[in-house]
Structures are given as structure tokens and as C-alpha cells.
Design a protein. Structure first.
Length: 557
């Protein structure tokens, strides 16, 4: 007998027999719910047979039979009531556990976030996508009429979403496009490194969302709850239904602060900061400019993360400031990286190593941050070196810059669009979904093996736009993405190592080496980062102007 946990209070499984009940009791369960009608299977024991054994062993047992494939709204309400009444924890069963899981999912609608419900079911081995619209509708069967229908729907109005909408409007002005995003503000996230280094003001990195949605594009200010790709619809919170002919998915990724114990409680105080949040980047600069001695710890979690160079950028800019203030000798700088290398593309490592030596930075590889106590100024790392036993080490700090663990958003990870790791599953060249031919994805949320940077989205948007237009006209994909990403590594104020590379770490410089040699620190690259890239972002990329980002023709494979 296999018992599958949904919550601390409820587990589910397949049909049981009398001999299983003692095992259920021994595992700590206090109640059993039968969701399978008597007589459904030839060798199935009756409820009364099992109930007698359960009573003898001191367990409560309830009969709530559901015909396969016919879980009604009232059934879910009754299941919820039974769960309220029974001693916990409860084991519920049917033929396979699916009906029991469906009843729980519908009964929890409105009490838990939809992705949490679907995710718990998925982790137990049950697919709830068939009832996701009912869960989104509070557990009640909704009408099938869509609340809106568009030629193209874009999920996410970040760099990727706004850019691809603008690029498509330039190609096909009459295309009916809707962007779904609940946010009021749009951020230029690459600027937060500069905010944390005292170069930009935070206000320079934000615009109102409404000011950036391209003209003629409908903005649906709502959160996505789920996808039904077989029906070409997106389900919004509140169970509003948006129908599409084609879909582009680009909501970014989730910063999973809560995965580090104690981190949420101490962020923005006690010397703990991060340039990965708009409101915290100014605190980074406050800490850096105020530190005169002690230990400064910079962390990097396991990949994938948004802009793999960002943890180091914060560290180098901080060290440069302390150098100019003459206090670098009194500050112990430590870099704790869950990975085993300084940077993933080896051509840029020598230049970075020189700055590590210049600033006296201690490198701690295979160190993953797992807990923080800001009040006591202590952090704990799991050290996972190859072929060695995992250790847990304690590190004291005076200042700590944290890069949070990152993952696909919950509503993506539990959807039919996701691969096994939770990312949107695409062809890495065309960015078209591997299963659903009218769906594309770009930006941080998709699973192509490229760096997750704004520069990557700038190259991806025209590729998606070109291939969507080709599909509308009944043609095969025309454009391909070569994995381009750019990471301007701010190694000191006034100099940058401009890392530009594609799939497999292949170098892809945008400029001749006499102007910018990306493998060496450069003032020209700093000028690009500080003065040129922000207006390119706001006035070109988000407006569909594809400067140095025109789509490359697809090579036939």
C-alpha cells in the first residue's frame, strides 16, 4: 500500500483491504474516508467490512462514495465538512486516489492559493489540471463562456512581454493583443546593481506600467491562476477566462526568499540586504557606505538565477568603495557560492580573479546559504563538495548581501506548460513550446540553457515576434535565438568586464575588440552600462526598436 501525502492533515491512496488498516493506524492516522462506491470492482471489499476493522482498531471511518469522473460541487463541500469533523490526520482512498485528491482540491478552493493546491496534488502524483477552472472559481463549476478573446495573449509585462508586444505591433498593427499582468510598476532591474553601488537613484529604475504598454495593446490588470492549453484559454484569479489564438508566456521567475530560513524576517535590517529587490538596493548602499570594519558576506545560490554575475557585481562595487575610502584592509570580504566556479564562461574568469586578489576576497565554493539569524549576525551554509559528506557551517557577518534562491513561478511550475523542473518547455532555437504549437515563451521563465538576463530578452523578443507572424501566415518558423546573453560585470566604479556569450559559452561580442574587449575591464563598457543601456531599454527595446537585436534567420536542422 502506498500512502501519498497532500498535507499534514490528509493523505490519499488507492483501494485498501482490511489488512491495510492496522498499517494505516501504525502510521499515525486517526480517521479513514472511503470515496469509492461499493461494488465498483469485483474484488473490492465493502465499506462495512472495512469499517468494522477500523472500529476494532480505534479508527473513525466515513463513507462518501463518488462515481468515477463525477465529482460534483456539493460532493466537495461535503468532503470539506467531513474533514472538519474527523480526527486528524486523515487517510482518504478511492480506486487510485484521484477522486479523493479532486475532492480535497475543490474543498480547499479559496482557502489556499490555486498553485499550492495543484502543486500539492502534483507532488503526490495527481494531475488536477482538468478541474483547475473549478478550483479557481471557488470549487464551483463555472460557465465556459470566455470573458475576452484575442489574437494573441501575452502573460507578463516585464522586459520580455512589453518588448514582444511592441515588436509584434510594429509588424502587424491590426493584431488584437492583450497583456496580462497585475503589477502597477515596471522596473529596469539591471539598474539595481548601480543603485546598490551608489551610482543610480532607485527612482531612475521604475516607470508606471500603464505608461509602457504599447499603444493599441489591451492591458488586463490581473494575475494568472492557471492555463488550459488544450482549450486555448488562460484562467485568471477569480476564474475569469481569457481565450487566445496564440499565447506568449513571459512572467519572469520567482525570488524564493522563504527557502532560506529566517531570511524574510531580517531582510532590510540587521545588516542583511539584496540588490534583487527595488526597495532593498538603497539599503545595500547605506550598508556599504557606512561599513568601516568587520566581515562582509556575499552569497550566490544554485543555478539557475537571474543574471548570474549580479552577486559578484555587488561585491566588486562594494570593495571598490572600501578601497577608495581606505578601509579595505579592515574588512573581511567573503564570497559564498553554491557553485564550483567563479563564473560559468571561463574566458572571463582571469579578469575577475585579478579583482578577487586585488580586493582580498575569500572564495568559498559549494557553500549554499540555508539559514540566517540577522539579530545575532550569523548565517549558516550547507557545504556540498564533490564526493564529500555535506557539512553545515556557521559564519558571522557584519553585512550580508543575499542573492535569493530562484525558481519558476508557482502557477507555471504546476501547469501543463512546464518541464519536469518547472520551467516552460521550449525549443531553444525557435522558442516555441515543445508540445503546444501556438505557444511561445521568452525571458527568465523558459528552459533554454541561456543566461537569464535582460539582454537575452532583448534578443529573444524579435525572434518570438518573427515566428508568431510566420505562424499567423501559415509558414514555418523563420527566426532563431542563438542563446545570446550579456552580463556587464561591474568590477570597479568606472570599469566593466562585458561578458557576452551564447549557448555553450561561445563568445558573442557586440563590438570590435579595439572598442571593447569583453574579457578585460573597460571604461567604454562602463559608459555603455551607465549611460547608453538604460535609454536603449526604455526608448528602444520596450518600443519594438530592435537596435543590434534583429532576428537571425533560422538555419534548417
Amino acid at each position: 500500500m502506498e500512502i501519498k501525502r497532500l498535507t499534514d492533515q490528509l493523505s490519499v491512496g488507492e483501494q485498501i483491504v482490511a489488512n491495510d488498516i492496522s498499517e494505516i493506524r501504525d502510521k499515525g492516522f486517526r480517521s479513514i474516508v472511503c470515496n469509492r462506491p461499493d461494488g465498483e470492482g469485483g474484488d473490492q471489499p465493502t465499506f462495512q467490512e472495512l469499517a468494522r476493522t477500523a472500529e476494532h482498531l480505534g479508527l473513525e471511518m466515513r463513507y462518501l462514495p463518488i462515481v468515477g469522473g463525477r465529482v460534483g460541487d456539493s460532493d466537495a463541500v461535503e468532503f470539506g465538512a467531513v474533514m472538519e469533523q474527523l480526527p486528524k490526520p486523515v487517510f482518504a482512498y478511492c480506486r487510485t486516489g484521484t477522486r479523493s485528491t479532486t475532492l480535497w482540491s475543490l474543498s480547499e478552493a479559496g482557502k489556499r492559493p490555486l498553485p499550492e493546491i495543484v502543486g500539492a496534488a502534483k507532488a503526490a502524483g495527481y494531475d488536477m489540471t482538468g478541474v483547475v477552472r473549478r478550483i479557481a472559481n471557488g470549487g464551483i463549476t463555472p460557465t465556459d463562456a470566455p470573458d475576452g478573446s484575442y489574437d494573441l495573449v501575452i502573460v507578463g509585462a516585464g522586459a520580455g512581454g512589453v518588448s514582444v508586444a511592441a515588436s509584434l505591433k510594429r509588424r502587424m498593427p491590426d493584431l488584437e493583443i492583450a497583456i496580462i499582468d497585475p503589477a502597477d510598476a515596471h522596473y529596469y532591474q539591471p539598474g539595481w546593481t548601480m543603485v546598490g553601488g551608489g551610482i543610480f537613484e532607485a527612482e531612475e529604475t521604475v516607470r508606471t506600467m500603464g505608461s509602457l504598454i504599447p499603444e493599441g495593446v489591451h492591458w488586463i490588470k490581473a494575475a494568472v491562476a492557471a492555463f488550459e492549453p488544450d482549450k486555448d484559454v488562460v484562467i485568471l484569479d477569480g476564474c475569469r477566462v481569457v481565450k487566445y489564438k496564440r499565447l506568449v508566456v513571459t512572467p519572469g521567475l520567482k525570488l524564493d526568499w522563504a527557502r532560506v530560513e529566517g531570511l524574510v524576517e531580517t531582510l532590510g535590517r540587521n545588516g542583511v540586504t539584496s540588490n534583487y529587490r527595488y526597495d532593498l538596493a538603497p539599503y545595500t548602499w547605506k550598508l556599504v557606505s557606512g561599513l568601516r570594519s568587520g566581515r562582509a558576506v556575499f552569497t550566490q545560490p544554485p543555478m539557475p538565477i537571474k543574471c548570474a554575475g549580479a552577486p559578484q557585481k555587488a561585491m566588486y562595487l562594494s570593495a571598490d568603495h572600501w578601497t577608495h575610502k581606505g578601509v579595505i584592509g579592515d574588512i573581511d570580504i567573503q564570497f559564498h557560492n553554491a557553485g564550483g566556479v567563479l563564473f560559468g564562461v571561463k574566458d572571463y574568469v582571469p579578469a575577475l580573479e585579478k579583482y578577487v586578489q586585488k580586493y582580498g576576497i575569500g572564495l568559498n565554493f559549494f557553500h549554499n546559504l540555508v539559514a540566517v539569524d540577522g539579530y545575532s549576525k550569523k548565517a549558516w551554509f550547507e557545504v556540498t563538495k564533490p564526493e564529500q559528506t555535506v557539512e553545515r557551517v556557521e559564519v558571522e557577518f557584519d553585512m550580508m548581501h543575499v542573492t535569493p534562491p530562484q525558481a519558476a513561478p508557482d502557477f507555471i511550475a504546476v501547469s501543463p506548460l512546464a518541464d519536469a523542473a518547472g520551467w516552460v518547455d521550449v525549443d531553444q532555437a525557435t522558442l516555441r513550446h515543445m508540445k503546444y504549437e501556438n505557444i511561445w515563451s521568452l525571458g527568465d521563465v523558459m528552459n533554454a540553457p541561456n543566461a537569464k538576463t535582460a539582454a537575452a530578452a532583448r534578443k529573444q523578443a524579435p525572434v518570438v515576434a518573427e515566428n508568431v507572424v510566420a505562424d499567423i501566415h501559415g509558414r514555418s518558423p523563420k527566426a532563431q535565438y542563438d542563446g545570446y546573453g550579456s552580463c556587464p560585470l561591474t568590477v570597479e566604479r568606472g570599469k566593466i568586464v562585458l561578458a557576452e556569450f551564447g549557448y555553450g559559452g561561445t563568445l558573442q561580442p557586440s563590438f570590435p575588440t579595439w572598442l571593447i574587449d569583453g574579457t578585460k575591464p573597460s571604461r567604454a563598457a562602463w559608459l555603455l552600462k551607465e549611460k547608453i543601456l538604460p535609454p536603449i531599454y526604455w526608448r528602444a527595446m520596450l518600443k519594438g526598436r530592435e537596435w543590434l537585436a534583429g532576428p537571425e534567420a533560422l538555419s534548417r536542422r
